[in-house]
Design a protein around this ligand. Structure first.
Ligand SMILES: [Zn+2]
Length: 342
């Protein structure tokens, strides 16, 4: 299996995350992509290639133009204020408040974010831009004949990034951008299977009112898990998108057998939908030792996941999302890909 990877992920190297009331070194850091790449190489998974640049058109096909412009200038505007730390929101357009974009950067960050753990740092935009190119290059390779599966080793991840909001370590929604690119290049029906521990609120948001992209997610119940305000079972899509969003929120301590039953249900939905291409939002923070999650999957379970996905016999693009147990992250991510290829 071909892997797409860019060194530019290192430009996303923030120093602070707000966690448990403290500023801590971010769980989402460059060592994540390094360890996965190392495993790809040590297991001889296949060729590793660099992305090509796709420009902004595929991004603006589904993200808000004002939001994208904000991401491009946020760090520069923040540093001009003289603030000492990295860029973080402290105020949001919450219930019954004005939904307008303020002029001052602090207000803009509040307007364009859905959470406050993720600070914007120098180089964040450049890394996010390269990450979507990693996803798009994977999509392009699939359409040019690599139908047996491609791995886009994206970092920063993307599935929390919504139409006009960043957060949850995500800035541009790599999987959604790839899905839209497939739609714009002759693929009629795309399924996005999100197996990251967290609900992909951003991907759901982007396709919630559309019936051409099926979104399915297995995740920690939002009553107990980030992003807390998205991912309930009754969220099933709206308007023409009604019935093309599926959520499986699962409780703390969920073991693989229960999780796997839900995966099988989701795969049956993909089959019924008659998807031509699947994009797997590949998060492995479902792992039992993940420091910020609460499922109990073991390393060998990730092989089974890959095998079950391959049983659909559909063209599959794997897009890297979360996974924060650095020690086992490479093994777990590559296990999915190896299970798929077996
Ligand atoms: Zn996650």
């Amino acid at each position: 299996m071909i892997t797409i990877y860019s060194d530019k992920h290192r430009l996303r190297n923030s120093k602070t995350e707000l966690y448990g009331g403290q500023l801590v070194p971010p769980f989402e850091n460059p060592s994540r992509a390094d360890i996965v790449l190392e495993r790809v190489k040590s297991e001889n998974l296949g060729e590793v290639i660099s992305p090509r640049e796709f420009g902004m058109e595929p991004v603006l096909a589904l993200h808000d133009a004002g939001f994208v412009e904000f991401l491009q200038v946020a760090w520069e505007e923040w540093t001009k204020t003289g603030y000492k730390g990295e860029a973080m929101a402290n105020c949001w357009p919450a219930r019954r408040m004005s939904q307008r974009v303020p002029d001052f950067i602090e207000g803009k960050i509040g307007y364009y974010s859905l959470a406050n753990e993720t600070s914007i740092s120098k180089g964040t935009w450049e890394a996010a831009e390269a990450s979507k190119d990693v996803a798009l290059t994977g999509a392009e390779l699939i359409l040019s004949g690599n139908e047996n599966g491609v791995f886009s080793l994206c970092r920063p991840p993307g599935h929390h990034a919504a139409f006009d909001m960043f957060g949850g370590y995500c800035f541009l929604n790599n999987a959604a951008i790839a899905a839209q690119w497939f739609r714009d290049n002759g693929i009629d029906r795309v399924a996005i299977l999100d197996i990251d521990f967290h609900h992909g609120n951003g991907t759901q948001d982007i396709f919630y009112q559309r019936d051409d992209v099926l979104y399915l997610s297995l995740h920690g119940d939002p009553r107990d898990a980030f992003p807390h305000f998205s991912g309930y079972q009754e969220e099933t899509g709206q308007n023409t998108g009604e019935g093309t969003t599926y959520n499986w929120p699962l409780p703390p301590g969920t073991q693989f057998n229960k999780w796997c039953d839900c995966l099988k249900e989701s795969l049956a939905k993909i089959d019924q939908f008659e998807a031509e291409v699947i994009i797997v939002s590949l998060g492995v923070d479902t792992f039992e030792k993940d420091p910020i999650s609460f499922f109990k999957l073991k390393s060998e379970d990730f092989l089974t996941i890959g095998k079950l996905i391959s049983d659909l016999k559909l063209t599959t693009l794997f897009v890297m999302e979360g996974g924060y147990d650095i020690k086992e992250l490479g093994v777990n991510a590559v296990n999915v890909l190896q299970g798929f290829e077996e």
